[in-house]
Design a protein around this ligand. Structure first.
Ligand SMILES: [Zn+2]
Length: 466
């Protein structure tokens, strides 16, 4: 152990840090196991040409405004809805019966962005997991298929939405395409939602239904504006994607806030653990991507569909977005600026399909890692008694392929976990509770617990409460 204190100030008799017993068996944290051959092959099948064809098909519906026609077979959101449904059904046909597809519809009454009652429909494909112990565990990935021009409520203007958000929808379709033929322990839900531009209506509906069904949603990724590597600021950054993750949970209760103020934890929400997890599994040569985590719920004072999940208590919801947006290519009437001759509008010519493919790989690697790993441990607690160590306990996982747990820790001013203590599979007590005491002070370090399976798949970390 490194001697942190100089000798001079500590005469004989004073405890020096380098006189302490050896440190616990810790190792620099590493990402979960090397990408396996099956996942490597799977993400290698993600095809920019197929993404481009899907993007052009969506743009071809002219507008996908939520208020546009739902019955015209060629133009409007109804035609887009039917096309996406058909795509998912074709994909489901390759899944050996494990993928089911549904239209999730309801009528939204008059409200923000909705001048007359309007049917809002999500197109949802669920790839059911194969582990009975994980039957209620879900991971969602979404894009929104609705679009807008300069006005949110103009139902007839051209609103191609090639980037916002055909990029997200085509990435979700492509993930479904390459993942449907593979088996995962837990469920993965591929979703194209509507009503995002009006007020996140479709995602709110999906999150509410998940809540009502009692689903254990342990992760939600929204992909919104992931279509261009070239920003309006002139910066080209084709190998970076931004990942937005909130700190303080959106639906935190007063009591939880009091606890957080007392113990710290502003940087240890489930969303932040998910962001760290994604970086640890997906920032690899096979994706070719740098993941720029942004410690914010979304871009400055803006929003997206993950917020619908955060508001309903699904706290591991995060957002992917390209590194530099071009504000002339989103929420604009398609036109040529008469002064500068610049083409304005969200057109396919501004979309980089290789870039979307790489972002889709980041998502797919992360979803595969999550759905193959054990559940994040539940009810993780730290004993509050005065002591020089840290007594942790949590409910035992139930997966048949569970190999054990790891306790991770870091100094409180570090931004990511720096150390891991593999603790194997301690025998749970009669109440199914697992205990481990780390020989480090809870006053000076942050701790977390994650589960590991026999193949080395690790869950995201859970930050304990008192
Ligand atoms: Zn959007």
């Amino acid at each position: 152990m490194v001697a942190l204190l100089g000798g001079g100030a500590y005469a004989s008799g004073a405890l020096r840090l380098d006189d302490q017993p050896p440190a616990p068996p810790n190792h620099p944290i590493v990402g979960p196991k090397r990408l396996d051959a099956e996942t490597t092959k799977m993400i290698g099948q993600i095809d920019p040409a197929r993404i481009r064809a899907a993007d052009l098909a969506l743009v071809g519906f002219g507008t996908r405004n939520t208020l546009s026609s739902q019955t015209d077979p060629a133009r409007g959101i109804g035609a887009a809805r039917d096309w996406i449904y058909d795509q998912f059904q074709q994909i489901a046909a390759t899944s050996g019966g494990r993928m089911t597809v549904e239209l999730q519809s309801y009528t939204q009454g008059v409200s923000t962005g909705i001048p007359t009652p309007t049917v809002i429909t999500n197109v949802v494909a669920t790839l059911h997991g194969t582990d009975p112990a994980s039957a209620n565990r879900y991971y969602y990935v979404s894009g929104h298929y609705d679009t807008r021009c300069g006005s949110t409520t103009n139902a007839t203007c051209d609103a191609p939405g090639a980037n916002d958000d055909a990029s997200g929808v085509t990435a979700v379709l492509e993930m479904a395409h390459v993942m449907a033929t593979h088996e995962f322990d837990a469920n993965i839900v591929f979703m194209a939602v509507a009503g995002e531009e009006q007020n996140l209506y479709g995602s709110a509906r999906a999150a509410t239904l998940a809540q009502q069904a009692g689903q254990d949603v342990q992760g939600m990724f929204t992909n919104d504006i992931i279509g261009s590597s070239l920003g309006g600021n002139g910066i080209s950054d084709p190998y970076t994607v931004r990942l937005f993750a909130e700190g303080v949970p959106t639906n935190e209760t007063t009591s939880e806030a009091n606890t957080r103020r007392s113990i710290g934890g502003e940087n240890d929400s489930p969303a932040r653990q998910m962001a760290r997890f994604v970086r640890s599994v997906a920032e690899i040569p096979e994706t070719g991507m740098h993941i720029q985590t942004v410690d914010r719920r979304d871009r400055f004072n803006r929003g997206g569909d993950h917020i619908s999940f955060l508001e309903r208590g699904f706290r591991s919801a995060i957002r992917f977005t390209e590194p530099n947006e071009n504000f002339n290519h989103q929420h604009q009437d398609v036109r040529v600026d008469p002064d500068t001759s610049e083409q304005i509008g969200d057109l396919p010519e501004f979309v980089d399909f290789d870039y979307i493919a790489r972002v889709a790989k980041v998502n797919a690697v992360s979803l595969a890692a999550l759905a193959n790993a054990p559940s994040a441990p539940k009810n993780v607690r730290i004993t509050s008694n005065l002591s020089y160590d840290t007594a942790l306990r949590w409910n035992a996982n139930t997966e048949p392929d569970l190999a054990g747990y790891e306790v991770v820790w870091r100094k409180t001013d570090e931004t990511d976990w720096t150390h891991v203590i593999p603790i194997g599979l301690p025998e749970p007590d009669a109440n199914g509770v697992v205990r481990y005491t780390a020989p480090l002070s809870k006053d000076d370090f942050f701790f977390g617990v994650r589960a590991v399976d026999k193949e080395g798949n690790r869950s995201p970390v859970v930050f304990p409460r008192p």
